[in-house]
Ligand binder design. Structure first.
Ligand code: PGA
Length: 249
C-alpha cells in the first residue's frame, strides 16, 4: 500500500519567524497517522530540521542539482540537502518547469540523483489549462510521468504529485471525477511500467488549491494517497486539519 503523505511546499516564503509554525504544527497533529513533510526555502532547512527533530514532521527541499558540488551558482546539491537534514526533495514543480525551463529529462536526472542520495523524490507533473481544454490532460500526464519518473523508482523512494498547473494558487480545483480520472490513469501507467507491486507502493499526491474545506473530499477519491499543498501549508492552523483529514481517510 502507498504511504499517506501530506506535503507542504512553502515555496519562496518564510523567514526565521515561520519556524514557530513547525512547532505549532507538531502540536496540532500529535497522533496523526499520515506522514508529514514540510519543504521550506533552502535558507530554513537546517533550522527547520532542528525544530522538528523530535516530531514526526520530516523536512524536504524544493529542488536539487544533478551534480554533487561545483560551479553552479545558486543551486543546491543532494549532499547539501541531506547535510541540512532533508529526507526528501520536490522535483519538477510547474514553477521550476516554467521559471527555469526544466524539462522532463532534467527532472528525471534530478530524481535519479535524489534516489542515489537516499532522498525521497516528489516528482510533480500536470497539465496547463490550454492542454486540458484541448483534451490532452491524460496524454500530457502520461508523457510527463514516463519521462520524469526514473526507472529505479520504488514506493519507498519516489512519490508522484499530480498538480494541474491551472489549479495551483488559483483557488480552482478539478472536479473529484477529474482528479479520479487522472489518478486512476497514473496508477495504471505505473502498473504497466513497474508492475503492480511497485506501482501500488508509489504514493500519488494531488496538488493545487487544497484547503481544509476540500481536503477530505479529495482524499476520498480513488488512488489519491495525499496532497502537495502550497498556500495552505504556511500556517499550522491551515495545514493541521489537512493532515488530520488525510489520517482519517
Ligand atoms: P497551492 O500550491 O496549494 O497554493 O495551490 C500547490 C503547489 O504548488 O504545490
Amino acid at each position: 500500500m502507498a504511504r499517506k503523505i501530506a506535503a507542504g511546499n512553502w515555496k519562496m516564503n518564510g523567514g526565521s519567524a515561520a519556524l514557530s509554525e513547525l512547532t505549532a504544527l507538531a502540536e496540532a497533529t500529535a497522533g496523526a497517522t499520515a506522514e508529514i513533510i514540510i519543504c521550506p526555502p533552502a535558507t530554513l532547512l537546517s533550522r527547520a530540521s532542528d525544530a522538528t527533530k523530535d516530531t514526526p514532521i520530516a523536512i524536504g527541499g524544493q529542488d536539487c542539482h544533478t551534480a554533487s558540488a561545483g560551479a553552479h551558482t545558486g543551486d543546491i546539491s543532494t549532499e547539501m540537502l541531506t547535510d541540512a537534514g532533508a529526507m526528501s526533495v520536490i522535483l519538477g514543480h510547474s514553477e521550476r518547469r516554467t521559471d527555469h525551463g526544466e524539462t522532463d529529462a532534467l527532472v528525471c536526472a534530478k530524481a535519479e540523483t535524489a534516489l542515489s542520495a537516499n532522498l525521497t523524490a516528489i516528482v510533480c507533473i500536470g497539465e496547463t489549462l490550454e492542454e486540458r481544454e484541448a483534451g490532452q490532460t491524460l496524454a500530457v500526464a502520461g508523457r510527463q510521468l514516463a519521462a520524469s519518473v526514473p526507472a529505479s523508482a520504488t514506493g519507498a523512494t519516489c512519490v508522484v504529485a499530480y498538480e494541474p498547473v491551472w489549479a495551483i494558487g488559483t483557488g480552482k480545483v478539478p472536479t473529484l471525477e477529474q482528479i479520479a480520472e487522472v489518478h486512476d490513469f497514473l496508477r495504471a501507467e505505473l502498473t504497466t511500467r513497474f508492475g503492480a507491486e511497485i506501482a501500488e507502493g508509489i504514493s500519488l499526491l494531488y496538488g493545487g488549491s487544497v484547503k481544509s474545506s476540500n481536503a477530505a473530499d479529495i482524499f476520498a477519491v480513488s488512488n489519491v494517497d495525499g496532497a502537495l499543498v502550497g498556500g495552505a501549508s504556511l500556517k499550522a492552523a491551515d495545514f493541521a486539519p489537512i493532515v488530520t483529514a488525510l489520517s482519517n481517510s
